[in-house]
Design a protein around this ligand. Structure first.
Ligand SMILES: Cc1cc2nc3c(=O)[nH]c(=O)nc-3n(C[C@H](O)[C@H](O)[C@H](O)COP(=O)(O)O)c2cc1C
Ligand code: SF4
Length: 490
């Protein structure tokens, strides 16, 4: 029998040559299974082989490495040993990403062989209100940024009047340094389909949409095929869904702008009320959840809410797939219970900077997140503890900068980003961000009086903007100014 090699087909692996490695393996006589990615990106293309101790890994591989792996050469220079013994994986608590790197994305058989489907089976034996209560009891909060309790949102939709209801998955994933949504869409699509089918049953929705950013064409294609497979397998049962490509704008990730975009209009934020839970897509009651929120649901139904709630701290229950990016030696996906610290993520997992220089600042939670200085690296990553230090977790993205970073330029960039991406509906954001760039330029030109003007402007943006685009842009700006004042004096 031919030796079987597992080679990821996730975009991150493809970008560094996984296809060429797979072709070389086939040419060397191996049977090749294309799997999802483990999310250990510095090791991609990662090749795995079955052994008596479980799968053993080799990486990062080039086509030239593969013949010796196929031949079973011991002491291969790229050998990593049994994957389960790698500290990077051993120290994680993978619930949502339990199958990452193990299964073939479009194989329902693989999905079920690794525990998939149990949540939907459990949900089908439960009354809709019991499903909602399980989500409430689990403490699951939205992973798109606002951390709103998912079960409460679902109950509002379930109780809203109307025959036609929707479930919309927000896969716009615009935050800097994030890729967890993409990994799931490409690597474990049935998990999201399962989570959406459970949500639909709970609230009485008959139709679902998955909004995926236009920068992820491969995710759109794979997820579309996964829907067809699931439909043919009878998984959808009274519920149908489709994937829609986003409109290439950060603000289209804001839930009401996303609804506008889904309805075929320009992505402009809607004033609330009405809440989308009452009058959302096409004016109907709509559950809108982030992709990671919906992907956490099958575990809660399969294992029970208490199991899920026991991970985490305080009101931040469960796990968060943190996405390590920027200037790090070992960037990758680290799923851990809330309460892990930034220092652990940066050094125990990330291995410090790739440049070898000291870490200066970490932007946590996307382009609207604060720059977190070293004095806060031991604060537990949970929603409440982060709010106390003026920071946010967002979608779990971390972008790391070394000591060459110019925090004043990064503050300016935050204002410029807001000016570029603003939907234009409200004045504090539309005009304020443009004035903000000008004020920072004057401050950097030596006019120190501009600092109080900048603070006033941030105050107005924070309190008077219609959505978080304008109200949170002050976070990166002021955290840079407050924690790194020396960078603003030239
Ligand atoms: C400018 C802006 C961009 C956003 N981008 C995203 C995004 O890419 N993905 C996402 O899930 N939520 C995003 N959000 C948050 C959504 O508005 C919304 O809170 C979320 O989709 C609700 O799902 P959740 O409760 O599961 O987190 C964004 C918000 C703002 C203000
Ligand atoms: S804050 Fe910005 S993005 Fe949000 S509604 Fe106002 S102009 Fe639009």
């Amino acid at each position: 029998m031919n030796r079987r090699l597992y080679v990821p087909e996730d975009s991150g692996a493809l970008a560094v040559g996984a296809d060429a490695v797979a072709r070389a393996a086939e040419a060397a006589g191996a049977e090749v299974w294309r799997t999802s990615s483990r999310g250990l990106f510095w090791l991609e293309p990662l090749v795995e082989v079955d052994s008596a101790e479980g799968r053993v890994g080799y990486g990062p591989c080039t086509p030239a490495d593969v013949a010796a792996i196929v031949a079973g050469t011991p002491d291969h220079p790229k050998a990593l040993g049994p994957m389960d013994t790698l500290p990077y994986l051993q120290r994680q608590q993978r619930l949502t990403f339990a199958r990452a790197g193990l299964t073939r994305p479009l194989s329902i058989a693989d999905y079920e062989a690794h525990g998939g489907g149990a949540g939907l089976r459990a949900a089908r034996a439960m009354a809709p209100e019991a499903i909602i209560q399980a989500i409430v009891d689990s403490g699951l909060r939205g992973r798109g940024g606002a951390a709103f309790p998912a079960g409460i949102k679902w109950r509002t939709v379930a109780q809203a009047a109307g025959e036609l209801k929707y479930v919309v998955c927000n896969g716009d994933e615009g935050d800097s340094g994030t890729y967890a949504d993409r990994m799931l869409l490409e690597g474990d699509p049935f998990l999201l389909i399962e989570g959406m089918a459970i949500a639909a049953r709970a609230v009485g929705a008959s139709r679902g949409y998955v909004y995926v950013r236009s920068e992820y064409p491969r995710s759109v294609e794979i997820f579309g095929r996964a829907i067809e497979v699931a439909r043919a397998a009878g998984w959808l049962d009274g519920f149908d869904m489709e994937v829609r490509m986003g409109a290439g704008s950060y603000v289209c990730g804001e839930e009401t702008a996303m609804l506008e975009s889904l309805e075929g209009r320009r992505g402009v934020v809607r004033a609330k009320p009405p809440l989308p839970a009452i009058a959302g897509l096409f004016g109907r009651p709509t559950v809108i959840n982030n992709l990671l929120t919906l992907a956490a649901v099958p575990t809660i139904l399969a294992e029970g809410p208490a199991y899920y709630r026991d991970f985490g701290v305080g009101r931040s229950t469960g796990t968060m797939p943190f996405q390590l990016a920027g200037n790090l030696r070992f960037p990758g996906l680290v799923e851990r219970a809330f309460g892990v610290t930034l220092r652990e993520l940066l050094f125990d997992f990330g291995g410090g900077t790739a440049s070898g220089r000291p870490v200066k600042a970490v932007q946590v939670g996307g382009p609207l997140g604060s720059y977190v200085p070293e004095e806060h690296w031991d604060v537990p990553l949970d929603y409440e503890a982060y709010a106390v230090v003026g920071a946010v977790l967002g979608h779990g993205g971390l972008v790391v900068h070394d000591d060459t970073a110019d925090m004043a330029r990064l503050a300016r960039y935050a204002m410029a980003f807001c000016a570029q991406e603003s939907c234009g509906k409200c004045t504090p954001c539309r005009i304020g961000s443009t004035r903000g760039v000008e004020v920072i330029d004057k401050l950097l030109a030596g006019d120190e009086r501009q600092e109080s003007l900048l603070r006033d402007l941030c105050d107005t943006m924070k309190h008077a903007s219609l959505c978080a685009m304008g109200s949170m842009t002050p976070l990166p700006v002021l955290s840079a100014l407050n924690h790194y004042p020396e960078d603003f004096r030239r």
